[in-house]
Design a protein around this ligand. Structure first.
Ligand SMILES: [Zn+2]
Length: 109
């Protein structure tokens, strides 16, 4: 996480500010046969969001704090850009490594 005094709150993208999201077990939806096996009480709980879980990225607050680039000094902006670049490079590297491992597996190593 980039450390800066200049932060702002934005609506959490993961839950759109709703503070909670659907339970991971239901993320692929429910089939009609599964739905039919549920008791009316369970169906009621599901429809009213009773199985929802607190959103992780915003810790159930619906908002997240992000660096506010518009309030940063020039030097801080440069630091932030550097940070973002390093983070992107790290992500790319771990993706490449995962692809390499998968390729080796396919070759039977
Ligand atoms: Zn959230």
């Amino acid at each position: 996480m980039f450390r800066t005094r200049h932060l702002k709150w934005v609506i959490c993208e993961s839950c759109a500010g709703n503070c909670k999201r659907e339970h991971p077990a239901f993320s692929n939806g429910i089939t009609s046969s599964e739905w039919a096996e549920w008791t009316p009480e369970e169906q009621e709980t599901y429809m009213s969001g009773g199985y929802d879980v607190a959103c992780d990225p915003c810790k159930g607050t619906g908002k997240v704090q992000v660096p506010d680039v518009s309030r940063m000094s020039f030097g801080e902006k440069r630091e932030y850009v550097k940070y973002l670049r390093e983070e992107a490079a790290e992500r790319r590297l771990s993706r490449e490594m995962a692809a390499e491992i998968a390729a080796e597996r396919r070759m039977g190593c």
